[in-house]
Design a protein around this ligand. Structure first.
Ligand SMILES: NC(=O)c1ccc[n+]([C@@H]2O[C@H](COP(=O)([O-])OP(=O)(O)OC[C@H]3O[C@@H](n4cnc5c(N)ncnc54)[C@H](O)[C@@H]3O)[C@@H](O)[C@H]2O)c1
Ligand SMILES: [Zn+2]
Length: 384
C-alpha cells in the first residue's frame, strides 16, 4: 500500500436561508471590508439581492465593494481587475458569488492582491501561497464544486488555454449552499452545470487513484444527481431538488480531489478554443469516453450503474457497462443537452487544435484507460 493523505476540511452551511448566517461568518473571520466578486449576469438576480441583504445587517462599520467584471471561463485580466479594486479599497476578505467562473476568479484574485507585481504564470506549487485574504464561497450554480476545491481555473494573460492554479491555501474558509440562490438559474444552465457535477463524480470514481473516501462520496453524489437533476430542470423552484443538487455538486468537487479523466481533457479545450460552456462540453463528450473506456476495461461502470438504480449486479461486465452507459446517455438527453459538438458550433477544422490541447491537458492521465492523442482526436470526431 502506498502512503497518501485525506483532507475534507471546509466549513459548509447547507439549506434554504443559510445566507443569513453570512454576517456572523464575516464577523468571526474579522472581515470588515469584503470584496464581492461576481459576474455581470448575476447583478439582476435574486441571488445577488439576497447577498447584498446579508452583507450589512447590524454592522455599521462594514463597507463592501463590488467587482462584477468576470466573464465565463475567466481570464487573468478579470482577476487583476478584482485585485486592483481590493487594493484600492483596502479590502480584507473576498466573497465569491456565482458559478465556477466567478468563484474561480474570486479565489485566484487573492494571489494578485498579495503580489500585484506578479503574473499568474509566475505562481506555481513552489511559490509562497501564505497570507492570502480569507475567501467565502457562495455558489449560484450546482455544478463545478469550485466552492470546496483547492483549484481555480483561469486563462493566464497571453495563453490560449486554461490554467489550473492549485494549492490548499486557495480553499474557502466557509461555503454557503443556499438553494434559494439557485432557483433563478434557467433550465439549460441547470442541466449543463448539473451534468458537470455528474461527470466529476463518474470520472473521479473511475480514476485508478486509491481514495476510497472519494469513491464513496462520488457514488452517493451520482445517486443524488440522478434523482434531483431532472426535478430541478423541470421546476426551478423545487427547493429540495435545488438543495440536493448543491450538495451533490460539492460532493463532486470533494470527490475529484482524487482526480478526473479524459472527458475533462476534451472539455477544457472545447471551452478555451470554441467557447463551449464547460458542463455542456462534458455532457456531450461523456458517453463517448465511457464507450471508449469500457472497450478496454469492461466492468468499470458496474457500481455507477448500481448508484443509478440499475439492476446490474449479476450481468456480465460488458452488459453492466452497456446498460449503465445507455442510461447515462439517455439521462443527458432527457436533461435537454444538445446531442453533438456540431450543435454547439464546433467544426471539423477545429479538431486538430482541440486534440493538441486535450493531449497536454493533465486530466486524462487518471483516465481508467490510458489514451493517446489519436484516441482523443477520435473521441472529438465521434462527439462532433
Ligand atoms: N475550480 C474548479 O474546481 C472547477 C471545476 C469545474 C469547472 N470549473 C470552471 O467553472 C467555470 C464554469 O462554471 P459554471 O458552469 O458554474 O458557469 P459560469 O460560472 O460560467 O456561469 C454561467 C452563466 O450562468 C449565470 N448564472 C450563474 N448563476 C445564476 C443564477 N443563480 N441565476 C441566473 N444566472 C446564473 C452566470 O451569470 C453566467 O452567465 C469554467 O470556467 C470551468 O473551467 C472550475
Ligand atoms: Zn468539470
Amino acid at each position: 500500500m502506498d502512503t497518501t493523505s485525506f483532507n475534507f476540511p471546509t466549513d459548509t452551511r447547507v439549506g434554504p436561508g443559510v445566507i443569513s448566517q453570512l454576517n456572523e461568518t464575516l464577523v468571526a473571520l474579522g472581515i470588515q471590508r469584503p470584496l464581492v466578486v461576481t459576474d455581470s449576469g448575476l447583478l439582476a438576480t435574486d441571488a445577488f439581492k439576497k447577498l447584498a441583504g446579508a452583507l450589512l445587517p447590524g454592522e455599521p462599520d462594514r463597507d463592501w465593494f463590488l467587482h462584477s467584471d468576470v466573464q465565463p471561463n475567466p481570464t487573468e485580466a478579470n482577476t487583476r481587475g478584482a485585485a486592483e479594486l481590493a487594493l484600492a479599497k483596502g479590502c480584507d476578505g473576498v466573497v465569491g458569488l456565482g458559478g465556477g467562473s466567478a468563484l474561480d476568479a474570486a479565489k485566484v484574485c487573492r494571489i494578485l492582491i498579495k503580489q500585484p507585481q506578479l503574473k499568474l504564470a509566475d505562481y506555481d506549487w513552489e511559490a509562497d501561497w501564505s497570507g492570502l485574504l480569507p475567501f467565502i464561497a457562495i455558489p449560484t450554480t450546482a455544478g463545478t464544486g469550485s466552492e470546496v476545491g483547492r483549484s481555480g481555473v483561469v486563462t493566464p494573460d497571453g495563453a490560449g488555454s486554461k490554467g489550473m492554479f492549485f494549492h490548499p491555501e486557495l480553499l474557502a474558509k466557509c461555503v454557503f449552499l443556499d438553494p434559494d440562490l439557485t432557483t433563478g438559474l434557467p433550465p439549460g444552465l441547470t442541466a449543463a452545470t448539473g451534468l458537470d457535477a455528474l461527470t466529476h463524480c463518474i470520472e473521479s470514481y473511475t480514476s485508478p487513484v486509491f481514495h476510497p473516501l472519494c469513491d464513496g462520496i462520488a457514488l452517493e453524489g451520482i445517486a443524488l444527481i440522478i434523482h434531483a437533476l431532472p426535478a430541478a430542470v423541470a421546476d426551478g423552484s423545487d427547493i429540495d431538488a435545488r438543495g440536493h443538487m448543491l450538495v451533490a455538486a460539492a460532493m463532486g468537487g470533494v470527490a475529484f480531489q482524487k482526480d478526473l479523466g479524459a472527458t475533462h481533457s476534451l472539455a477544457h479545450p472545447l471551452s478555451a478554443i470554441c467557447g463551449v460552456h464547460h458542463g455542456t462540453a462534458n455532457a456531450i463528450c461523456l458517453p463517448h469516453v465511457m464507450r471508449f473506456n469500457t472497450q478496454h476495461k469492461p466492468g468499470v461502470y458496474r457500481r455507477i450503474g448500481l448508484a443509478c438504480g440499475l439492476d446490474v449486479v449479476s450481468c456480465s461486465d460488458a452488459e453492466a457497462d452497456g446498460q449503465t452507459i445507455q442510461f447515462i446517455d439517455d439521462f443527458i438527453q432527457r436533461c435537454g443537452m444538445p446531442p453533438s459538438l456540431e450543435d454547439v458550433g464546433v467544426e471539423e477544422q477545429n479538431i486538430e487544435a482541440l486534440a493538441d490541447q486535450a493531449w497536454v491537458d493533465p486530466c486524462h492521465q487518471t483516465n481508467p484507460v490510458p489514451v493517446t492523442r489519436e484516441d482523443l482526436k477520435e473521441l472529438f470526431l465521434k462527439a462532433l
